[in-house]
Ligand binder design. Sequence first.
Ligand SMILES: C[S@@+](CC[C@H](N)C(=O)[O-])C[C@H]1O[C@@H](n2cnc3c(N)ncnc32)[C@H](O)[C@@H]1O
Length: 336
Amino acid sequence: MTAVADAAQAVPERHYTHHDGRGATPHRSNPAVIHRELTTLDVQAGMNVVEFGTGSGYSGALLAELVGPTGHVTSLDIDAYLVRWANLIHHERGLDHIRCHVADGTAGFAGKAPYDRMVAWCTPPLLPKAWADQVADGGLIVAPLPIATVPNMTVIAKIRVSGGEPVVEAVFTGGYIEATGSPKDNLDLPGRWVDWENRTPAPSWISIAWRERDDRLHTGARTALARLLKDAHTEPYDGDELDWPSWRTFAAVQADPQLTMAGLSPDLWAIGHSTATTAAVLQQDGTILADRSDSPSLSVLRNWLIAWETAGRPTPESYTPALVPGAEGWDLLLAR
Ligand SMILES: C[S@@+](CC[C@H](N)C(=O)[O-])C[C@H]1O[C@@H](n2cnc3c(N)ncnc32)[C@H](O)[C@@H]1O
């Protein structure tokens, strides 16, 4: 058995995710994905580890198991209610080498740095400089990072920090909710880069990578969303069943400034292209929607889809990652 599988056997998952006193929390991740990320993180006994996104407390409990009593785990969440409960559940289980704090994880947690390992369960807008500063030389970060300035376009990056410089060693399919500056209960709406949302007659939202060129009333975002919602031209995508992680990564890598992401129906994401007067998206259920059958945005979307199929639907793992430095940290770019 691997160390993570052993830890998973030792930690009562439902005790954290569906605790009797607190009740079930939606702030939890798929255990299989948590186990995958922790395997990538390569945690050893005695390490000093930090995680961002305490949530139910389950991932922190696994980390506490992996570092053992000679190690230490710091766990941060923006939500005080979750932090209070996670601290209590850990305490009740007799764990005293994990501490949860209410704090914005995008600033890291300098008090306990340097860390041998750092893992994030929420997506910052870029790789924060503070994270690289707080990781020990040769240490590892495993975190979801955006690959475009719209929500839900992320990969999980394995990053080694050497001499304060982060280097991406690998990227994997995946993503978690956006890191936000305050607690969030409405998980239907992305936490960042939503340029317009309607609450009635049904919830819907749009995110446009060209928001800087939109006006202060968000006329472009509003118009694009309205055109996709009302009297839109629709057609089925005539390719095989969509491979969403492959498609969304390919769409992000086009680096088209008009890239657009939308949620037109509950639990269905849509990716496409929009301008101040045109819009076209492909929805997760395979439906294409556009403002008109001869929409210029629809032509762009169709060309992306042809290029995606011609490229053989590449996996997120197959791209070459690069970190581009800026004042606040590093943007992750993928290239073919
Ligand atoms: C997917 S859940 C984490 C699940 C958790 N790891 C578990 O095992 O149950 C994401 C968490 O990130 C938290 N979060 C969002 N923004 C944050 C921020 N800026 N700093 C720290 N935590 C944040 C949310 O409150 C939420 O609890």
